[in-house]
Design a protein around this ligand. Structure first.
Ligand SMILES: [Zn+2]
Length: 200
């Protein structure tokens, strides 16, 4: 299971504080609600493209001894299962969908290696999510008059801040800004997840 690492700062600052397992150690298990602090359980690595970073970062994992499942602490500038940072995705979507720039020109805001298809993929996912996002974000900010749900959702995200909205949606209702990959809906957990169960 992934939960968000309450970390605000640059990728470099994130990497520097990662060596201390106590800094953000969960005090209880979010999966079985066992009330013992979780044990540090190594890292996994994933790629990340941010405005000034393109490489591999580590994500810290913890283990719950009660249910034998792991919890990973994803920094909140990342959306699960997407390689680009939330900042890069937000810059692109705003440029393309709110300001009406072409995909090529919006992609120039993101790092230069960004393929055209990736932008199209984000747009498709965002359009499909826009109405649900407007409903969920209404708990954070006033809905604004807009010609359609895409414009309204973008304006609401700009007003709350994308990371604050991501934190709220993910922690509160396990909602993914661009939608969970197939098989993980609706809350990002596999329905029949059992591989981490303790042997009996
Ligand atoms: Zn547990």
């Amino acid at each position: 299971m992934q939960i968000l690492h309450p970390f605000a700062g640059s990728v470099q600052q994130y990497n520097e504080q990662l060596s201390n397992p106590d800094a953000h150690r969960p005090g209880r298990c979010p999966q079985c609600q066992d009330k013992h602090p979780l044990t540090a359980h190594g890292f996994y690595t994933r790629t990340l493209i941010d405005t000034a970073f393109d490489g591999v970062i580590r994500v810290r994992r913890y283990l719950c001894h009660a249910c034998r499942r792991t919890v990973s602490l994803l920094p909140e500038f990342i959306l699960p299962y997407l390689r680009s940072s939330l900042t890069v995705i937000a810059l692109f979507l705003i440029a393309r969908l709110l300001r009406g720039q072409t995909i090529e020109s919006a992609a120039r805001i993101a790092p230069p290696s960004m393929p055209y298809q990736r932008g199209q993929f984000w747009i498709r996912r965002f359009r499909a999510r826009a109405e649900a996002l407007c409903a969920a974000l209404a708990a954070m900010t006033q809905p604004v008059p807009a010609p359609d749900f895409v414009h309204r959702a973008l304006t609401m995200l700009e007003s709350t801040g994308w990371i604050a909205a991501h934190r709220f949606l993910f922690a509160g209702v396990r909602c993914h800004l661009l939608g969970w990959p197939r098989g993980l809906a609706p809350d990002g957990c596999r329905a029949a997840f059992s591989s981490g169960a303790a042997p009996t």
